[in-house]
Design a protein around this ligand. Structure first.
Ligand code: NAD
Length: 285
């Protein structure tokens, strides 16, 4: 069997086209969704992510601005900037690019962003709403993964989903969203015993580890849906996933490539959240 690709780049293009129309309509009503990105320090990967976000926003007509702060910025300074953005009516979404310099607590920052402007979906109040299944901002990568599965009409209900990785931004929330869709969910992580055996029972296998090609064909059940979240830079500078794509695609029914898989969807869902934030502005005091 050769798996069908779930191409995140193509799906993103379709979704961005839809959003462009929606943004045009909002603009006609006098509302231009606006995303403010805060970048602290000189991390080259962060700079490139931020560029990607600005470019994607521009493609859909969403306006964006970038606040660049020096590496030496104190936590108090950053928190004050966030508080100002919280009360700035022209700003609908706030994104503070992670990671932050070590003198700044990421959790403090996440908790200071107003939940109604939290387009990353990291605020504890939004995470709580996600858990109880209330309407809220969903974290972008897990939201992108669910959107990819739905785009192919892949059945989730009653399926066994195995998530490898338990980070707060990918592993934990993607498991929760699959549970919300009535999957039976198993979480695996660095301390899991018999990882291979567990993975090989998955109908839907999500790899979010950060280790190139860690998931080979013997971790995959025949016909499984394989979602590769990993982004690993190889010695030659190219990017690759956590899944050994060449062998995995012979066993899977569907598979996401890296690049052009989950990565582009993450940015696209950020734009969706920004539009949602713009529409919901009236709820902010
Ligand atoms: P993380 O480092 O916070 O978490 C990694 C997880 O993998 C941990 O929970 C750990 O327990 C688990 N793990 C580590 N080694 C393992 C092993 N040998 N066996 C089983 N589990 C193991 O990383 P993260 O932020 O969740 O990101 C994971 C990967 O996804 C990275 O490659 C990252 O670059 C990528 N990522 C991609 C996107 C995207 O948009 N596609 C978004 C976020 C992260």
């Amino acid at each position: 069997m050769t798996a069908q690709l779930i191409n995140g780049k193509e799906l993103s293009a379709v979704l961005k086209q839809e959003m462009k129309g929606e943004v045009q309509e909002l603009k006609q009503q006098g509302l231009t969704p606006h995303l403010t990105v805060v970048l602290v320090g000189e991390n080259p990967a962060s700079k490139s992510y931020v560029k990607g976000k600005e470019k994607a926003a521009a493609e859909t007509g969403i306006s964006s601005s970038l606040i660049e702060l020096p590496e030496s910025t104190s936590e108090a300074e950053l928190l004050q900037i966030i508080k100002d953005l919280n009360t700035d009516e022209s700003v609908h979404g706030i994104l503070v690019q992670l990671p932050l310099p070590k003198q700044i607590s990421e959790q403090q920052v996440i908790e200071t962003i107003h939940p109604d402007k939290d387009v990353d979906g990291f605020h504890p109040s939004n995470i709580g709403k996600m858990m109880t299944g209330e309407d809220t901002f969903l974290p972008c990568t897990p939201y992108g993964i669910i959107t990819m599965l739905k785009s192919k009409n892949i059945e989730i209900e009653g399926k066994h989903a195995v998530i490898i990785g338990r980070s707060n931004i990918v592993g934990k929330p993607v498991g929760q969203l699959l549970l919300n869709e009535n999957a039976t969910v198993t979480y695996c992580h660095s301390k899991t015993k018999n990882l291979k055996e567990l993975a090989a029972t998955a109908d839907i296998l999500v790899a979010a580890i950060g280790k190139a090609h860690a998931i080979t064909a013997d971790y995959i059940k025949n016909g499984a849906v394989v979602i590769d979240v990993g982004i690993n830079r190889q010695a030659d500078g190219t990017l690759t996933g956590d899944v050994d794509f060449e062998s995995a695609k012979e066993k899977a029914s569907y598979i996401t490539p890296v690049p052009r898989g989950v990565g582009p969807m993450t940015i696209t869902m950020l734009l969706k959240n920004t539009i949602k934030a713009a529409k919901g502005l009236s709820t902010i005091e």
